[in-house]
Structures are given as structure tokens and as C-alpha cells.
Design a protein around this ligand. Structure first.
Ligand SMILES: O=C(O)[C@H](O)[C@@H](O)[C@H](O)[C@H](O)COP(=O)(O)O
Length: 240
């Protein structure tokens, strides 16, 4: 496994701007090289800031968003129009503005299945439309070290025979979620963990420590094939 890189920015705003700029460069390069890149988005606070920066910076980039395939690493299993949905957040922040057309939302409770059946239906969608490799997977980091909806001590950390799983009893509300597994997330050229604020400092240090387990700090299980980068602000990096 390749050792993670660490990039530290002054504050959350600088972090969001920088990651957005880097993503646009990667997408433009991939398209230039003839690939239709597939990306994985995340939810949460820093992701929202990043998404707004993507909306602001995209018009000045070479990226053709109709040739970008969009997925999520996890989703809150609630009604499709709930403000809690990661997909709704990203659509409002940038996907509609940049004109992304290949957007694969995870199922919602409107689809009528329970969370496990919904995860399994979504796994079929990935098998149909997913490429062998995601260009960039982006993950927020919880103060407990979770990424996507893979929480410390939860059985989903061990699942290696499915690309998507249902989660119940999530310590971060809402309680029901769908998450990609490490097997799916790690099928990425580049995997980026993005964290801001001193509330994440301990989790960042535990994720990058030489000692530790995935059960204590799930982020330790997330790595890209060619690159794993932790994009941090100074506060999130303060325990390194
Ligand atoms: O659906 C979610 O809640 C997430 O995708 C989750 O994994 C998130 O990215 C982290 O919890 C960080 O979120 P914050 O930036 O809000 O702390």
C-alpha cells in the first residue's frame, strides 16, 4: 500500500478552494487522456464548501461535466426530498449549476425497499454503470474516524463480498444509511480524505498513525490504488 500524502491549508475556505481546483485539474486531465472519469462525492460540512467552490471554479476549467459520472460514497436513507440527503446537497451546491447529467443517486425511502434491499439494488446499478476504477473518491472524516457510513466497530467494516451495504443505528444521524464498502471505495486511482477543524484533529492523527486498527479508526481502511491524500486545514492537522 502506498503511504498517504498530507496537504495542509490555512483554513476551511482555503482547503475547499484548493481541493476543488485539484479535482477540476484531475477531471480535465482524465478527459484529455480520453477517459470519462467517475467520481465519488461525500456529504458533510467540508464537502458542502468544496461543492460550492466547484460551482464557482468550473466555468473557468476545461471540464465537460456531461462526461463525468457521479456517485456517492454514502447516503442518508431518508425521503428523496429530505434536506438531509447528500445528493440533494450536492445538486443544490454544484451539480445542477455545472450541468452534470450522469448522476447516480443512492436509493431513498421513496423507493419502497428496506435499507438492505436498497443497498443491494444500488450495488446492481454500480455493476451496470460503474467502471473498473473511480478517478477520485472524496471522503469526509468524522470525529470518531468514520468515512462514508463506515463507523467504528460496525460490521460493515468487514464486508468484502458486496460493493454497497445498509447501515442501521448510525451514531451520526440519521440512523439509516447506505454506504459503499472499502472494496468499492478503494477501487480508485486517487482517494482523498478531506477534514477541517480541531474536532477532526484526533481522528486525523489516529488515521495516519503507524499503529491502529480499522475498527477503531475506519479511515485507516480507505486508500486509493495510486494515491491516498489527506487534505487538511491547520486545525485538523494540529495533532500530527
Ligand atoms: O453522510 C455523511 O454524513 C457523510 O458522508 C460522512 O461520512 C461525512 O462526510 C463525515 O461525517 C464528515 O462530515 P462533516 O464534514 O459534517 O463533519
Amino acid at each position: 500500500m502506498i503511504a498517504p500524502l498530507v496537504e495542509v491549508h490555512a483554513d476551511a475556505a482555503a482547503l475547499a478552494t484548493s481541493v476543488a481546483g485539484e479535482l477540476l485539474v484531475r477531471l480535465a486531465d482524465a478527459q484529455e487522456a480520453g477517459r470519462d472519469p467517475q467520481i465519488v462525492l461525500t456529504g458533510g460540512t467540508i464537502a458542502d464548501a468544496l461543492h460550492h467552490e466547484l460551482a464557482r471554479l468550473s466555468p473557468g476549467s476545461e471540464v465537460d461535466w456531461t462526461r463525468v459520472v457521479v456517485w456517492w460514497g454514502d447516503e442518508r436513507f431518508v425521503a428523496a426530498d429530505s434536506p438531509d440527503r447528500n445528493a440533494g446537497q450536492a445538486r443544490r451546491a454544484f451539480l445542477d449549476a455545472v450541468g452534470a447529467t450522469q448522476v447516480h443517486e443512492m436509493p431513498s425511502t421513496d423507493d419502497g425497499a428496506d435499507v438492505e434491499a436498497a443497498a443491494s439494488a444500488f450495488a446492481d446499478v454500480i455493476h451496470q454503470h460503474g467502471s473498473d476504477e473511480f478517478e477520485v473518491v472524496m471522503l469526509g472524516l468524522g470525529p470518531d474516524g468514520h468515512v462514508a457510513s463506515l463507523f467504528p466497530g460496525f460490521p460493515q467494516l468487514e464486508v468484502d463480498d458486496r460493493v454497497a451495504v445498509g447501515v442501521t443505528g448510525s451514531p451520526k444521524p440519521p440512523p439509516e444509511r447506505i454506504s459503499l464498502t472499502f472494496g468499492a471505495l478503494n477501487r480508485s486511482r486517487a482517494l482523498w480524505v478531506i477534514a477541517s477543524g480541531d474536532g477532526k484533529a484526533e481522528a486525523v492523527a489516529a488515521a495516519l498513525d503507524v499503529e491502529g486498527t480499522v475498527h477503531d479508526t475506519p479511515a485507516r481502511g480507505a486508500h486509493g490504488r495510486h494515491e491516498t491524500t489527506y487534505f487538511l486545514d491547520r486545525e485538523a492537522a494540529s495533532h500530527l
